[in-house]
Design a protein around this ligand. Structure first.
Ligand SMILES: Nc1ncnc2c1ncn2[C@@H]1O[C@H](COP(=O)(O)OP(=O)(O)OP(=O)(O)O)[C@@H](O)[C@H]1O
Length: 773
């Protein structure tokens, strides 16, 4: 936010100022101690030319406390980050200035600092390569270029002078090194005027120096004729967004509002790359977002409507797990803890850091939203998208949340928020109003009432319905607001030199295994903490095994008559098999769906499918192991069923594990807990009917059992553990009491095959969730 100036201009501190022309990328440099005048006339301290630049346009001056201010001369048109400079406005490094309709980015520092830079002590204005053969870039202070952001690895990349010229190499960073927006793997030569990006921090290589272009990782978003069409089930094409054009500057908080179904969420998801538009361009810092998504992946924060936090884990731990998943692996525990506490403080939850969301008393709706926001802020995104996060909150809480979002924008983040609540929309710098997929207003929130001629903001929806969307879109296009907030802003880069950046988006494969292993470890620790946080539930899951075993030993008594004994032993083995399948399936059936919003969010950042599934499978297999062990142990101690116990345990465990994957598969395909619970019986009851224990199977029934039933094969394998004399017993009709279908090897292979099938299906189900966001 730019502040109005009230003081005198007395500072003697010399300033070095650089104005970077957005169109040509040429820099105009000037040094001054008190004041500097700008305009197209040669008599100015800085001569700037371009559309709408007046002979004497503006002055930049230093205040008492050495801050820099800009003021228009004779009401000349100037905006600072889109805000009209109708009074002196304070300047921040990296601000965007519009003189008439000519855009510049301003960079400045004191001359002392500039001297330090050129001697290589600081990197804010670039580092010269003269006399150097290697230049390191990273988060560590001893790097030649230090970028103090958690998104950047300690030693992120290295520039080396080789006989053929300068070569850049990524040092295994998490968020990548990019040359002209394409992620590199291995060494790559760099040429003069190449753009180098480290995570979302841009630099220009001019052959002799590395010059920061976007040192704070700020993101400017430009949208050109954005259109989204979908095919409806009737086969007809539906246009959800219709040729939207606008720009959002770094440090701006923009609210998107509009009638229900007007396309707000569709627009938000197109802007953040989750659900790309079908045509038009979205440029982040003049680079095509969809073509270079990897470059911005780490810089984008997204808070969806649903909460993206595990409610039973202590907040500080939950945030640290997120930090471990998203920040570079070389981030120390200390750095992560510090970051987590800083973020919790920022969202006003520092005193609750040691509590879980649900305990001892659940957090309020507003606090819960703050936790979701904190989860995203941990990775320090430069652009933040918020999808109706204040829905359902009271007006007071909504106001506090909106103020919090604005304060994030003031930290130079670009913040875009879809909102239904209009009471506090004044908190936004700009608002974007949608109606039936058309842009019908984009400008300051205070101007909406006057523009539409309504008494209250909420009347705007009724008014919009009174005419067609194209009427309102045309009216807006003809307005001054369109001229100021769309036309002039987009002129900023009509000649953008990077618009046609390479669209290829290669992902390097180095460190893939290591990264997967790290993710698996972090996800597994989080899952274990989640399981252990609900000890009562865990106890119930574990105790059900000995409980079933005790009931079995109560109701079964071994008979002297061998045929009856064989039948009973076979029944006990069947109950054991069924219990193991039941345990496995019930343990896992809700485990993926219950954290679906978290999965979808993490997946859009960097979550690997393999690590995610393995992180569930290992703790669940431990649980299944204990359950099978207790079931078999208690039955073996209380009732005599002779046979090889180790072999029985292995069969039970294998069946339990195959059923675990079956449960995961259910969880991966459904979209709610209730559906998962409702689906489980549909899978488990056939395991009884088609096991071969209830009826003799023939024809189609037998075929279905053989191809799909874990119980069919595990029951067969269990029967093979019975003694020879029991397996040979025949009843009075001459039929074998314990009928055997295969061998232990083939039975186990079939169980493993079914487990593998469900595992692959789980992966497919999860993958489909990626596209259904
Ligand atoms: N994949 C799709 N296929 C068909 N129609 C869709 C699809 N996605 C969204 N829509 C429709 O597009 C319109 C815009 O949806 P969107 O969710 O963006 O609106 P919204 O303004 O966010 O709505 P709300 O305020 O109710 O949340 C709605 O009518 C929605 O039903």
């Amino acid at each position: 936010m730019n502040n109005a100036y009230i003081g005198r201009t007395v500072s003697e501190t010399p300033f070095q100022l650089e104005l970077l022309a957005a169109k040509t990328r040429q820099a105009i440099v000037c040094e001054f101690s008190k004041e500097c005048r700008l305009g197209s006339d040669t008599g100015n301290d800085v001569q700037i030319t371009g559309d709408g630049v007046l002979p004497r346009h503006a002055k930049i001056f230093v205040s008492e406390d050495s801050a820099l201010f800009i003021a228009a001369i004779d009401d000349a048109p100037i905006t600072v980050n889109g805000a009209l400079a109708d009074k002196p406005l304070m300047l921040n490094n990296g601000d965007w200035l519009l003189f008439g309709s000519t855009p510049f980015q301003i960079k400045f520092q004191s001359s002392q600092a500039a001297d330090d830079v050129l001697s290589g002590d600081d990197t804010s204005a670039g580092v010269t390569l003269t006399g150097k053969s290697v230049l390191t870039i990273g988060r560590l202070p001893q790097c030649d270029i230090t970028i103090p952001s958690p998104l950047v690895s300690r030693e992120h990349a290295k520039l080396t002078r080789e006989s053929t010229g300068w070569v850049i190499e990524d040092c295994g960073s998490t968020n990548g090194t990019f040359v002209n927006a394409v992620r590199i793997s291995g060494k790559q030569p760099v040429l003069a005027n190449d753009w180098l990006s480290f995570a979302a921090f841009d630099y220009r290589f001019d052959g002799n120096a590395i010059i920061p272009s976007n040192q704070d990782g700020q993101v400017k978003i430009e949208v050109y004729r954005l259109t989204k069409e979908v095919k409806e089930s009737s086969g007809q094409t539906k246009r959800l967004l219709d040729s939207l054009s606008f720009a959002i500057h770094p440090g701006e908080f923009v609210g998107i509002f509009g009638t229900s179904g007007s396309g707000k969420s569709t627009l938000l998801d197109a802007l953040n790359g989750r659900r790309p538009a079908t045509s038009g361009d979205i440029l982040y810092n003049e680079i095509d977002l969809y073509g270079a998504f990897d470059l911005f992946r780490a810089a984008i924060g997204y808070v969806p409507q649903q909460d993206i936090v595990h409610r039973k884990i202590v907040m500080q731990h939950a945030l640290k797990f997120t930090a471990k998943l998203r920040l570079p692996p070389d981030t120390s525990d200390f750095e992560m803890d510090e970051n987590v506490l800083k973020v919790l403080e920022k969202v006003g939850l520092a005193e609750k850091a040691g509590l879980a969301v649900d305990t001892p008393t659940p957090l309020s709706g507003g606090q819960l939203k703050r936790v979701s926001l904190a989860v995203e802020l941990v990775a320090n995104p430069n652009v933040l998208f918020l999808d109706e996060v204040t829905s359902g909150l009271d007006a007071g809480t909504d106001k506090k949340m909106m103020q919090l979002f604005r304060s994030l924008a003031e930290d130079k983040k670009t913040v875009v928020c879809v909102t239904h609540t209009l009471e506090n929309i004044d908190t936004c710098h700009l608002v974007l109003l949608l109606h039936q997929g058309r842009l019908v207003f984009y400008g300051p929130p205070q101007a909406v009432i006057g523009y539409f001629g309504i008494d209250r903001l909420s009347d705007v929806y009724e008014l919009l319905e009174s005419r067609s969307a194209s009427y309102w879109a045309d009216k807006y296009r003809a307005s001054n607001f369109h001229d100021t907030y769309v036309e002039k802003r987009l002129k900023l880069s009509e000649q953008r030199d990077n618009k046609d950046v390479l669209k290829s988006n290669t992902r390097p494969t180095n460190n893939k295994w290591l990264q997967s292993w790290r993710q698996t470890k972090t996800l597994m620790s989080r899952y274990c903490e989640l399981i252990l946080s609900d000890r009562k539930n865990l106890l119930i899951l574990i105790l059900q095994a000995p409980l079933i075993a005790l009931i079995v030993s109560l109701v079964f008594e071994m008979d002297d008559q061998i045929a009856l004994r064989a039948a009973k032993q076979s029944q006990i083995l069947f109950i054991m098999v069924l219990s193991a399948i039941w345990f496995g399936c019930l343990n896992s059936a809700r485990e993926l769906v219950k954290e679906l919003p978290i999965y979808i969010r993490e997946r859009s950042v960097n979550l690997g499918l393999g690590p995610y599934i393995v992180s569930k499978l290992i703790p669940l297999s431990l649980l299944c192991f204990v359950q099978c062990f207790l079931l078999l142990g208690v039955i073996a101690l209380s009732i005599s069923v002779p046979g090889d116990l180790i072999q029985r345990f292995l069969i039970l465990f294998a069946s339990g594990m195959a059923a675990t994957t079956m449960g995961l598969c259910v969880s991966a395909f459904v979209n709610s807990n209730d559906k998962a619970v409702a689906t489980v019986p549909i899978l488990l009851i056939p395991q009884v009917i088609l096991s071969g224990a209830v009826v003799n199977l023939e024809g189609a029934g037998l075929w279905i059992a053989k191809t799909t039933m874990i119980s069919y094969w595990s029951f067969d394998a269990m029967k093979l553990t019975l003694g020879e004399e029991i397996r040979a017993v025949k009843d009075f009709t001459g039929t074998t009491v314990v009928s055997i279908a295969g061998s232990t090897g083939s039975d186990l292979a079939a169980i493993a095959g079914l487990g593998l099938f469900f595992l692959i299906a789980t992966a497919i189900g999860l993958k489909l969730k990626d596209t259904k966001k």
